[in-house]
Design a protein around this ligand. Structure first.
Ligand code: SF4
Length: 437
């Protein structure tokens, strides 16, 4: 393992952190090392060690050889939200929205806390792993969120492909206000508004928050971190994540627990067995197959990192390519990147017609996972001269694409193909019987 931990100063939605430590300073695990103004989250050291660099973008800490099990406790706040703020907790499912802001929502004694335990990205399994290992902590986290937001009900939303986890929760819940909802096995059931739709039957417009449906959605790992902050006064200093792909451990995925934030990606890859053929792999992805980003061996993990995936080499196809962009999968930039790995020239770009441009040009889906039809978009790509198509669509839309593209003699690539092929997992293509509800 590398000795140095790199704590990025921008790990969440909102403000960048301002360091409060100097080079040469000894720090303890859990010690506050950076503060924030406005919307943001505190940053704590994830190791015992010495600060060896402070730049505009990061604090670098040389970790001591021997690490204590203990940590510097946070100050207990006057409210649950304040304690969560002191712990520096953000949405750990990938969004990185400061959790204390969500917990400041007042649902007036009638609303819902929805626990997003969809773990929607293929291959990732650290959320389900935690649920089986720490169901009491998760339920405690739910109760704390309900208390913080003055909610009447709590719902754990899981995919129906996890009957073991559903049963484990149902067996452990001893609170009649809390129930479990089984959602269809489709991507993107973990999108926040999809969770609201599946649990409450309300379709929110793209610019509306769950609070419009009198609900607050909290990711399951975040809920456990909230329980740790309140009950143990623990700051957010470590992560659970899944490592998988083109590794010497072949087709297994490995879940790592208590990984210090700031650990090098390469350290986790090595701990998982190392890359199968160095110099011959495709790419390293930080995150899941749909929403992950290209990364590298030396990058540090952040509070929101859920997966490290190594792909086998990308297939080469130099035919002219059209790309079809989904609001909940890879964006245009990401699909262009994959096209370049494949050696293809992009000659046309289309967006799913439910992908609406919101603030800062970010796409939002009008009704996540319910296909509006893709024939027109494929026809447009064909007219642009595309001979193949690369898509990032949800399961339902991919099913539609597969019903149309072969008739147009356009081979289809999905952005997740190469990592799923690497793992020997079935590609996302046609819906199975009973998958759509
Ligand atoms: S309907 Fe379109 S934008 Fe929405 S999730 Fe499916 S592909 Fe993406």
């Amino acid at each position: 393992m590398s000795k140095n931990i790199h704590l990025l100063l921008k790990q969440n939605i909102g403000a960048k952190n301002t360091p409060v430590v100097k080079v040469g300073e000894e720090v303890k695990r859990g010690q506050l090392v950076a503060t924030f103004e406005g919307l943001g989250a505190y940053l704590h050291s994830s190791v015992d060690g010495k600060v060896i660099d402070v730049t505009e973008d990061e604090i670098v800490i040389e970790a001591n050889e021997v690490q204590s099990e203990d940590f510097v406790k946070i100050e207990k706040g006057a409210t649950i939200a304040e304690t969560v703020k002191n712990a520096g907790i953000v949405g750990l499912g990938g969004a990185g929205f400061p959790a204390h802001i969500k917990l400041g929502t007042d649902l007036g004694g009638t609303g819902y806390i929805l626990c997003n335990a969809a773990e929607c990205e293929p291959l990732l399994s650290h959320n389900m792993d935690q649920l089986l290992e720490e169901p009491k902590k998760l339920i405690r986290g739910m109760q704390l969120c309900m208390e913080a937001c003055n909610a009447a009900h709590g719902v754990f939303a899981l995919k129906e492909i996890h009957p073991k986890e559903i049963q484990a929760l149902e067996k452990m819940i001893d609170d009649e206000r809390i129930t479990v909802k089984a959602m269809p096995n489709m991507y993107p059931m973990g999108e926040e508004r999809a969770v609201v739709r599946e649990c409450l039957g309300i379709v929110l417009e793209t610019d509306k928050l769950p609070s419009e449906a009198n609900a607050v959605v909290v990711n399951s790992e975040t809920m456990c971190a909230i329980a740790e902050a309140v009950d143990e006064l623990k700051p957010l200093i470590d992560k659970r994540l899944t490592v998988a792909g083109y590794l010497n451990t072949a087709l297994s995925t490995e879940v790592f627990k208590h990984v210090p934030v700031g650990t090098k990606v390469g350290d986790l890859i090595e701990a998982a067995g190392g890359i199968y053929k160095y110099g011959e792999y495709g790419e390293i992805i930080m995150g899941g197959p749909f929403t992950g980003k290209h990364s590298d061996y030396d990058a540090p993990i952040t509070k929101t990192t859920g997966g490290i995936l190594v792909t086998q080499p990308y297939p080469k196809d130099e035919r002219k390519m059209g790309i079809l962009v989904c609001a909940c999968g890879g964006n245009e930039e990401r699909l262009r990147e994959i096209a370049s790995f494949m050696g293809a020239e992009v000659v046309g770009v289309q967006k799913c017609k439910q992908a609406i441009e919101g603030k800062g040009g970010v796409l939002k889906c009008e009704n996540p996972g319910h296909c509006p039809g893709q024939a027109e978009k494929l026809l447009n790509l064909k007219k642009s001269g595309a001979q193949t198509v690369l898509i990032s669509n949800c399961t339902d839309c991919t099913n539609t694409v597969m019903g149309v593209a072969p008739k147009m003699k356009m081979p289809v690539y999905h952005q997740t193909d190469t990592i799923l092929d690497t793992m020997g997992v079935e590609r996302i293509r046609f819906l199975k019987d009973g998958q759509k509800k």
